[in-house]
Design a binder for this molecule. Structure first.
Ligand SMILES: Nc1ncnc2c1ncn2[C@@H]1O[C@H](COP(=O)(O)OP(=O)(O)OP(=O)(O)O)[C@@H](O)[C@H]1O
Length: 249
């Protein structure tokens, strides 16, 4: 079986007396597109924060690229974070910098490459996401879909082994959203990057997800794991069925 790049074992997260989830265990395998899904407030963003080490779990263990991310500090932590990329919902571009300069930022921060080489790398990442002709545009001058693409280019600037995407289709119309799904699929195929995507967009989940887990607020944990297309056909769990068949309800 393909190597696991993330292993979550019996993970729980509590804020005070509020248990968001517990007993969450799963693996993400190298090269797959892994989707974290579930309704509002079930803890998708919280789980994403645990996976990238922004906070430690209340219980359990999360290993990312064989390292227990919550326990790392200093250089070891920086070294691991360099191997992963994150795109937040907004795309998080700096408005005063053009797209090329935005993508150059992480390269400047983490490598000693000279200016022209940095620009070359940043330009090639923008080319990968279909923005090769827009490198001198400012974020305010481009569409919402292009902002997301630029955010992905920036998250890929350092050739991450795992790319985390937080609600990539949020705020996009269905056609733009479908275009973004195609981009994610082609990047996964061409670069071999592992994708972990947080979303509740059913069309996206079915279009891009190799495997998924579904979190549930009432159950305070995972209620499904597997290939989303198979879950849609085969799951007998009422909440899972309602989610995958909601168009028909
Ligand atoms: N820093 C925090 N302190 C206290 N409670 C928090 C904190 N972060 C999240 N929560 C709680 O955890 C629960 C899950 O929130 P989270 O944002 O992870 O859900 P979500 O599935 O991402 O929701 P949405 O799809 O609406 O973004 C909520 O009850 C929220 O109030």
């Amino acid at each position: 079986m393909t190597e696991a790049v993330i292993r979550a074992e019996d993970v729980a997260m509590r804020f005070g007396t509020n248990t968001v989830f517990q007993d969450v265990s799963f693996e993400v395998r190298r090269g797959e597109i892994f989707v974290i899904l579930g309704g509002s407030g079930c803890g998708k963003s919280t789980l994403l924060k645990l996976l990238i080490g922004l906070m430690p779990p209340s219980a359990g263990r999360i290993a990312v690229l064989e390292e227990e991310i919550a326990r790392l500090a200093g250089q070891a932590r920086r070294d691991l974070l360099r191997r992963i990329g994150v795109m937040w919902q907004s795309g998080a571009l700096l408005g005063s910098l053009n797209l090329l300069e935005n993508v150059m930022l992480p390269i400047e921060a983490h490598t000693a490459l000279p200016d022209d080489a940095r620009a070359l790398v940043a330009g090639s990442k923008l080319g990968l996401v279909g923005l090769g002709d827009a490198t001198t545009r400012l974020p305010a001058e481009i569409s919402g879909g292009m902002v997301k693409r630029a955010g992905i280019a920036r998250a890929m600037a350092l050739d991450p082994e795992i790319l985390f995407l937080d609600e990539p289709s949020a705020g996009l119309d269905p056609i733009t959203s479908a275009g973004l799904d195609e981009l994610i699929l082609s990047l996964a195929r061409e670069t071999g990057t592992t994708f972990v995507v947080v979303t509740h967009e059913l069309q996206s989940i079915l279009a891009i997800g190799d495997r998924c887990i579904m979190l549930d607020k009432e159950a305070r944990g995972m209620i499904a794991e597997g290939d989303p297309k198979r879950l849609k056909e085969e799951s007998t769990h009422p909440t899972v069925r309602a989610f995958f068949h909601r168009e028909a309800l």
